[in-house]
Design a protein around this ligand. Sequence first.
Ligand code: GDP
Length: 295
Amino acid sequence: MFDNLSDKLDKAFHILKGHGKITEVNVAETLKEVRRALLDADVNFKIAKDFTTKVKEKAIGQNVLTTLQPGQLLVKLVKDELTELMGGDVAGVNLSGNPTVILMSGLQGSGKTTFSGKLANYLQTKKGKKPLLVACDIYRPAAIQQLYVVGDSIAVEVYSEPENKNPVEIAQNAIKHAKANGFNVVIVDTAGRLAVDEAMMTEISNVHKAIQPHETLFVVDSMTGQDAVNTAKAFNDRLNFDGVILTKLDGDTRGGAAISIKSVVNKPIKFVGTGEKMEAIDVFYPDRMAERILG
Ligand code: GDP
């Protein structure tokens, strides 16, 4: 995960290691390399620039050069800033409803259906909840089928109305079904498109308005870099979602999406997907992720 970025940051800090006494020039050179590493990881230019400016200001404020181990302190400042950029504190899921309604949004192929299953499994096994999965994709029968396969594999019931072409009604009926049958979490999987388009946005906005979810989660493929950030912005403008799910972090992702998304939409990353299996879900801890990136 983020191997390339980690290597490059490691190299950036090497600049400081070869010197007996560190100068302002060495620090500037290191931060320039840090910025280059972030850009190579597909972090947006302005975010990368602001990042190094902030670290530099802190380094000056804390008189880094006069400390005993300036190199280590600089690594710590970078780590702290990276943690901050990715969200600071860990963000939980609001499970206060009865039932709690969770709406999944995102493009087709982002990993929505897989993540819906992972979340249901997580809530059932780790939080003692009784979740219901809802298939609201009215265009692709295969998508409904896929949710049944997922539901079967984790022993979670799936609600669908294959003949109904109104996703708002399906979602509302599913919530009624949940109330009548003792389900305390309802996870609504919606239809995605290959790219952001008005029809998809109108449809999911309508579902969102009608069911007033406790949590609206935006699922995005971390491999798509800056595109992921742009898509997040488009969905957030319409849905004002509560959190981001970054999938496919097990792939050869450069890390740009994980690093930038929070500062663009100002919403936390709540979970990450790290594989195709139902267990491949992790709560997102910004500090641990920063630790991992910086080695
Ligand atoms: P949807 O169209 O948004 O519902 O996306 P799917 O859930 O069908 O996922 C699309 C593809 O990505 C499937 O082949 C999934 O198995 C795969 N996938 C989903 N999440 C992950 C993940 O975290 N890691 C990996 N490696 N593959 C994933």
